[in-house]
Design a protein around this ligand. Sequence first.
Ligand code: ACM
Length: 279
Amino acid sequence: LFPRRHQRAGRSLMRIGIIQSEPAHLDPKLSCTRLAPQIEACVAEGAEIVVLPELAGSGYLFPNLEALSGLAEPADGSGLFLNWLIQRCKEHDIAIVSGYAEVSQGTLFNSAAFLTPKGVRGNYRKLHLFDTEKELFQPGDAGVPVFEWRGAKFSILICFDWSFPEVWRMAALAGADFVAHCSNLVLPWAQTGVKGHALCNHIGVFTANRIGTESQGDTQVTFTGGSQAITPTADLLASAPRAEIWQGVFEFEPSLARNKQVTGHNHLFEDRRRDMYSL
Ligand code: ACM
């Protein structure tokens, strides 16, 4: 039904899926079972790459460091959750971007992997840790890489990273056409805020948030759903419900993101006054 590369009037489109899921708390195997029909629904709509939430296998709250360490996986894709997702990439000939808990030589990162039928193609470690994440994870140490999939370039940001304009600019200046925004949002502002980042950089933003409530000791967190797809001119292509699982697939045109001209006299990158500021 959907050819792998979508051509319309000579322009090359990519079909990007977003999954709003409810990960099973501390149970990656059950999270996989829940994700399977959502991935299949995206594939049925022709998705070539699918974005999943932050920590999509393990859930968000951990009783202690030991519990997190027991669920964390290396970035090579050999752990239960990433390996299961790679099998789905092989089965459907797609790419997946998913949040997961990473362990690297004993250090724990809140990360997201770029997975393809050939395995792990990229990794991003959340730079801006939110609230009590700081008690468990180390902040990312590997910048904001740009990855490429079938002609489209993208970066990954994770949830609270959205609050920092610097990382959006870094991604855009490095050539990202869109940002895969893997999220477990609890505050109500990201869905509005990322529209500004899209506009200021002319890039697409695909936010995959989760739903549900998790409790651990005295802490209870409710996630806000509202996953969304935003064009480089901040048009809202879809907004998911706040408390139901959901998935959607959207056409994205990289060439629109590569045009940074906003008037005949204004270019988003070239007009920056770097003599006046150092960013
Ligand atoms: C968050 O960064 N998970 C709110």
